[in-house]
Structures are given as C-alpha cells and as structure tokens.
Design a protein. Structure first.
Length: 81
C-alpha cells in the first residue's frame, strides 16, 4: 500500500512542471507585443507635430503672399498707387 502513494506523487510532479513551462512560454510573447505597440505611438505623435508645424509655416507664407498681391490689386483699382 505504501508503493501506491509514492507512484502517484511522481506522476503529479511530472505534470505540474509541464503546465508551468507552457504558461511561462505564453507570458513573454504577450509582453513583447505590448512593448512593440507602445513605442511607435510616442515617437509618431511628436514627428506628426513637427510635420504639421512645418506645413503651417509654408501655408502662412503662401497666404501672406496672396494677400499682398490682392492688396496691391485693390490699390490699383482704387487708384491709391
């Protein structure tokens, strides 16, 4: 009767490490995916802001040029030149 409990214990010990190894393999993969997603978001946001600022400067220059040309045209029409 003493041999039956001893035989059951090694079987239980053998199955427990197998579950732990499987669970350990699944955890790092999930962590790696989360890190990969988080990093580009921060840098992309800053890069987008810089691009928008550059675009704003170009658009302001274009607008000021058009407004100056329109003002000159209106002065000519009014005879203010």
């Amino acid at each position: 009767m003493t041999s039956a409990p001893v035989a059951a214990e090694p079987a239980a010990k053998a199955s427990a490490p197998a579950k732990t190894a499987t669970a350990a393999k699944a955890r790092p993969a999930k962590r790696a995916q989360q890190k990969a997603v988080a990093a580009p978001v921060n840098t992309d946001g800053f890069a987008d802001l810089l691009k928008l600022e550059e675009e704003n400067q170009k658009l302001r220059k274009e607008l000021s040029g058009k407004l100056r040309a329109e003002n000159a045209d209106l002065r000519k029409k009014l005879g203010m030149v």
